[in-house]
Write a new protein. Sequence first.
Length: 286
Amino acid sequence: MDQKRYTIQANGIRQFVVEAGEGAPVVLLHGFPETNYAWRYQIPVLAERYRVIAPDLRGYGETDKPTSGYDKRNMAKDIRELMAALNLPKIALVGHDRGARVATRFAKDYPDLVNRLVVMDNVPTRIVARDLNAAIAKSYWFFLFHLVPDLPEALIAGREHIWLRHFFSDWTYDPSTISGEAFDTYVRAYQAPGAVRGAMSDYRANAEDIAQDLADADVKIQCPVMSLWGNDFHAVGRLFDMAKVWAEFADDLVAYPIEKCGHLPQEEQPAIVNQLLLNFLEGWVG
């Protein structure tokens, strides 16, 4: 199926979007250390039934990388303004990792604009902060490292391939899952000027994100929610009771662990993820 690739000005930045298909809109938000390329196995399958829209988040990929605006409320506004620019009154929203943080904030800030929400392999920011102990800190070391001003950028510059190889090997059930063209694609993306700083800026909004999350912690997400996670990822499925975690956020919840899977379900087990998404999206007609 043909895919459209374009940029569009929304919320003061130029956003890069991959789009395919027609019908009810489904928006896919990638995580770290990725770009919208992460959805390459989902876009053609979902586009047989839906209008699929996969932007690069602020600071990532081909989207602008400004020096500010990375709190999740503003990144959710990026998506809200992208919707307005594309004349989308309501969406189904799928987010992985950092994209799930943006998607969760979107669902709370704009409950009338989202019909259903999928969050993939994500422990919400305030839960990580609340439950932080030695075991969590060991798996979430990068949360803390990425908060340090300037140093990560200096250490990673020219070594993006080493930095990314660590995550893609450590975070997947099969360490060779992201290799060849896929690995090279991500390396090129993070070698671009400002790309590492953009990702760091996303993490450095941590204090603002937690404050926003605490302010409406008692407000449940109103739409149906599906939480998916890799059962073999040491920082999520192995470390948290994910069904219990997401029950704090949503009453209308379905939760699925994916076996033989790490942090990247959409790339590690795409056939399973695609079927779960199609089942959950059934009935979404826009």
